[in-house]
Write a protein that binds this ligand. Structure first.
Ligand SMILES: [Mg+2]
Length: 281
């Protein structure tokens, strides 16, 4: 059949920018959804992931990259692989899929995050998504290599079917709830993903993970640390050794746990500068 049944996601004329909207989208959106630099950074991360997995598959790893229950960031231990089949685990939003339609709505209304609007987006947004640059190609390559691609997202389990459609519409392949798609509401831990990760790692040797938020790797990063302590936790060995070596971070300057902190947290007292007064130059 030549004509695919697109009617389900067809829309009327897309909304245009009207009324009192900013002259241009916020800088983070320009970078993530519009810039060549943002696209290249994403492709770079996906290339790194694919190369890492290809290298790891030559000798079967002893351990998964999922932290074992009871592990700490200071003394991380990982779920053993045993003879489990290989999988890679991915967050969805701004990791494999760009929510361009929702962010257009956000930028032009200036409403900020709205749970009701986001729920409606999960249900109806499949026509206005795109793959994160590189994700579509790399997920297809991983499947060809025999690695099961599993999505672990904080989208709602109630919208599982619509999320599977959005993943497919972005060219990211098939996702089956409970097998290759895990969502918020699948267990009693809400938006915390450690439980879902442990469930997945019980069945699979998880060879790589990717996400745009630290919670996509471990809930331990979200235990209420101040901004500088949270940053330091990512740079301290042995966790520092995980980035690019099993854990892969995608850029997200648009929203999320990375966008926090006042002047005192972002600019330490010993790293402040002002031009010298005239006469001192
Ligand atoms: Mg995300």
């Amino acid at each position: 059949m030549l004509l695919a049944p697109l009617a389900a996601c067809a829309t009327t004329t897309p909304p245009a920018v009207t009324g009192a909207v900013p002259a241009s989208p916020p800088a983070g959106m320009q970078y993530l959804y519009g810039s060549g630099e943002g696209a290249a950074l994403s492709v770079q991360a996906w290339h790194g992931l694919l190369g890492y997995v290809a290298g790891k598959m030559k000798a079967r790893p002893a351990d998964s990259v999922v932290l074992a229950q009871g592990a700490s960031l200071d003394a991380p231990t990982f779920v053993p692989c045993g003879d489990k089949p290989l999988a890679a685990v991915f967050d969805v939003d701004e990791t494999v899929l760009l929510n361009i339609g929702y962010e257009y709505h956000d930028a032009t209304t200036g409403k900020g995050y709205s749970a009701a609007d986001w729920d409606a987006w999960e249900k109806t947004g499949e026509g206005a998504v795109a793959p994160v640059p590189g994700a579509d190609h790399v997920l297809a390559a991983l499947r060809k290599m025999g690695v099961t691609v599993i999505f672990n997202t904080n989208r709602s389990a109630a919208n599982a079917d619509a999320t599977a459609r959005a993943i497919r519409a972005a060219g990211l392949g098939e996702a089956v709830h409970g097998r290759t798609l895990y969502l918020s509401g699948d267990d009693a831990m809400g938006s915390r993903k450690d439980g879902r990760r442990v469930t997945i790692a019980a069945k699979y040797c998880v060879i790589a993970m990717a996400g745009d938020q630290l919670g996509d790797f471990s809930d331990l990063f979200n235990a209420g640390q101040a901004v500088p302590a949270r940053r330091a936790a990512t740079m301290t060995l042995p966790i520092a050794g995980m980035w690019g070596n099993g854990w892969f971070v995608m850029p997200n300057p648009v929203y999320g746990s990375g966008l926090k902190g006042g002047f005192d947290e972002i600019f330490p007292m010993d790293k402040r500068w002002a031009p010298p007064a005239k006469g001192e130059q």
